[in-house]
Design a protein around this ligand. Structure first.
Ligand SMILES: [Mn+2]
Length: 271
């Protein structure tokens, strides 16, 4: 029995953002909040994140001049490399456009995979402002390519007519925010990739996002979903923290808390 290991990787990429840039500055701040001496490295599940099973791979590096295709190829490659080493990737975004290449990297190792997507937005646009790789589109690309056999979205509260059609076309399961009930058990027959957009939360609790959408989950509810997930967690991302809207650093602290408990959720399992 090999002990599970998790690899943190920062993806400081926000060229897929449609409204406001900024999430490229998030990984360094999430790390800072994660290891701050204001807290300790123990998780709610009683796992010490400093016990040697959580590696930090640092950040990928992007320039504004490089084509998006090159950036996506490097994200895919980096996720694949982490999986090659037998570890589970935990990605610090970045905007939500990183999830499509991340899933391409996941797919090489996980021919069967489901996605649990926590977000205020379905991110299913066929294209947005002329960009098919916008952060409003990753789940359209993922489902077109068959990178996941199930996509379950929780917390949605901005569904449009077009995205409803896309959801129907791809068989996406949507538990929108008005329908969410605490304690709902989320079961999958396959390993799961968790994609967590910070804007799924009530913006009063995590205002440091580009698209604030009131009426969201509490931090406790989001933690409950992570902690009660009943299937193996193969990989995850936490995206869309925008430090420009987070002068107090509160949202970075919330992102770090979620990262901590996602890591603990992965480390609870054996490989
Ligand atoms: Mn969102």
């Amino acid at each position: 029995m090999t002990p599970t290991k998790v690899a943190l990787l920062g993806i400081p990429y926000d060229a897929g953002s449609s409204y406001q840039r900024g999430p490229a500055g998030a990984p360094v701040l999430i790390r800072e909040a994660l290891w701050t001496e204001a807290g300790n490295a123990w998780t709610e599940a009683g796992i010490d994140l400093k016990d040697g099973r959580l590696d930090d791979e640092g950040d990928l590096w992007f320039t504004d001049r490089e084509p998006g295709a090159d950036a996506r190829a490097r994200i895919e490659e980096a996720v694949g490399t982490i999986l090659d080493s037998g570890r589970r990737p935990l990605l610090l975004g970045g905007d939500h456009s990183i999830t499509y290449p991340a899933l391409r990297g996941m797919r090489r190792h996980h021919p069967r995979l489901s996605i649990l997507h926590l977000d205020a937005h379905p991110d299913l646009y066929h294209e947005f402002q002329g960009d098919p790789f916008s952060h409003a589109c990753p789940f359209a690309r993922i489902m077109e390519e068959g990178l996941a056999e199930r996509l379950l979205q929780v917390g949605i509260r901005t569904m449009t007519g077009h995205q409803r059609e896309q959801a129907d076309k791809f068989g996406v399961e949507v538990i929108d925010m008005p329908s969410w009930r605490d304690g709902t058990s989320l079961r999958f027959e396959t390993p799961v990739y968790l994609s967590l957009d910070l804007d799924v939360l009530e913006p009063g609790l995590a205002p440091g996002v580009s698209h604030r959408e009131p009426g969201g989950l509490t931090v406790r509810q989001a933690l409950g979903i992570i902690q009660s997930l009943e299937s193996p967690l193969a990989g995850a991302d936490v995206v869309e923290l925008n430090p420009l809207n987070d002068p107090s650093g509160l949202s970075a602290a919330v992102a770090a808390k979620l990262v901590k408990e996602i890591a603990a959720r992965m480390l609870r399992e054996t490989s």
